[in-house]
Design a protein around this ligand. Structure first.
Ligand code: C2E
Ligand code: CA
Ligand code: CA
Ligand code: CA
Length: 279
C-alpha cells in the first residue's frame, strides 16, 4: 500500500464502493434492460468436424448496455438466475433465435440447426412448453431444427418433471442436448431414463485432452458413451488446430470454438457468410 500511497488506497475504496453499488443496482438495471430491449442474441457456429461446414449455431445472449457496451452473460446470468429474470429474458433469446433460424432456412440454409440454452429456472417454469409452442407458432420456425441445451442440474433438480417436459418437447420434434456434460454432480444413471439427442463436451475437457494427451480418458469416455447411445456429440471451446485434430482422430462429429468463429451478431454473420463459401 505504501508504494502506491494514498492515491492507490482511494482508488481501491472507490472501486469497492463502485462494486457494491453495482451489485445493488444490477437487478434494477437488468429489469430496465429487459423493458428497453437491450438484450441481443449472438450466434456461434457449430461445425461438422469432418467437412468443416456449418451445421448450426448456438444462441448466446449479450447485453447491449448504453454506456458499457457489450456485456457478457457471465456478468449478469447469475443475477438473473437468482431473481428469476432469466425466464423472460430466456424467452426473448429464444424468440430472436427462432426468427433468425427461420430467416436462414428461407435463405436456403435448410439443414442448419439452432441451439438455445435453457436455465434451471426456465426448465422449472410451469408454462415452459406453452411458451415454446407460442414462439414456434409466432416465428414459423420448423421445431425439428431447434435444440434446447439443458444442464445435468436442471435434470437432477426434479428428474420426474424433467422426463415429462423432455417427452413433451421431443414429441414436437424439438431436440434436447446436455450442456457441459460431465461437469455436474449427477450419475450417468439418468441417461437411460432420460431421452436426449446430444451431449456437449465441456471446454475444460477439451483443454485437458490436449495438455494430457493419451493419459486423459474423459473425452474418449464421453465419445464412447455417445456412440453407444447413438446420440450426437459436440465438443466446446476448440481453440487450436491440435485440439481439432485430436477430436477428428477420435471421431467426434461436431465442434464449436474460437478456432472456427467467436459468437457473432446476426449482421456480422451475414458478412462472414457472404465472404466465405462455407455455407
Ligand atoms: P455455455 O452454454 O457453455 O456457452 C459456451 C460459452 O463458451 C460461451 O460463452 C462462448 O462464447 C464460449 N466459447 C465458445 N468457444 C470458445 C472458445 O474457443 N474459447 C473460450 N474460452 N470460450 C469459448 P458466453 O457467451 O460468455 O456464455 C457463457 C455462459 O452463459 C454460457 O455457457 C451459458 O451457460 C450462459 N448463457 C449464455 N447465453 C445464455 C442464454 O441465452 N440463456 C441462458 N440460460 N444461459 C446463457
Ligand atoms: Ca450452451
Ligand atoms: Ca456449454
Ligand atoms: Ca461450458
Amino acid at each position: 500500500a505504501k508504494k502506491h500511497g494514498r492515491g492507490g488506497v482511494q482508488r481501491f475504496e472507490r472501486v469497492m464502493h463502485q462494486a457494491s453499488l453495482n451489485r445493488l443496482t444490477l437487478e434494477n438495471d437488468l429489469q430496465r434492460a429487459l423493458e428497453r430491449q437491450e438484450f441481443v442474441t449472438y450466434y456461434q457456429p457449430i461445425v461438422d468436424l469432418q467437412t468443416q461446414q456449418f451445421a448450426g449455431f448456438e444462441a448466446l445472449v449479450r447485453w447491449q448496455h448504453p454506456e458499457r457496451g457489450m456485456v457478457s452473460p457471465g456478468e449478469f446470468i447469475p443475477c438473473m438466475e437468482a431473481t428469476g429474470l432469466i425466464v423472460p429474458v430466456g424467452m426473448v433469446v429464444l424468440q430472436q433465435a427462432c426468427e433468425q433460424l427461420h430467416r436462414w432456412h428461407q435463405q436456403g440454409h435448410a439443414h442448419w440447426t439452432m441451439s438455445v440454452n435453457l436455465s434451471v429456472r426456465q426448465f422449472a417454469c410451469p408454462t415452459l412448453v406453452q411458451d415454446i409452442d407460442r414462439i414456434v407458432a409466432l416465428t414459423g420456425v420448423n421445431p425439428a431444427y431447434l435444440k434446447l441445451e439443458i444442464t445435468e442440474s436442471a435434470i437432477m433438480d426434479n428428474a420426474e418433471a424433467a422426463i415429462a417436459i423432455t417427452q413433451e418437447l421431443r414429441s414436437r420434434g424439438i431436440q434436447i442436448s446436455i450442456d457441459d456434460f460431465g461437469t455436474g454432480y449427477s450419475s450417468l444413471g439418468y441417461l437411460h431414463r432420460f431421452p436426449v439427442d446430444a451431449l456437449k463436451i465441456d471446454r475444460s475437457f477439451v483443454v485437458a485432452m490436449e495438455v494430457n494427451g493419451s493419459d486423459y480418458p474423459v473425452v474418449d469416455t464421453i465419445l464412447a458413451l455417445s456412440h453407444q447411445l447413438k446420440i450426437a456429440v459436440i465438443a466446446e471451446g476448440i481453440e487450436t488446430q491440435q485440439q481439432l485434430e485430436l477430436l477428428q482422430g477420435r471421431d467426434c462429429q461436431y465442434g464449436q470454438g474460437y478456432l472456427f468463429s467467436r459468437p457473432l451478431s446476426a449482421a456480422d454473420l451475414e458478412t462472414l457468410l457472404k465472404a466465405t463459401v462455407n455455407s
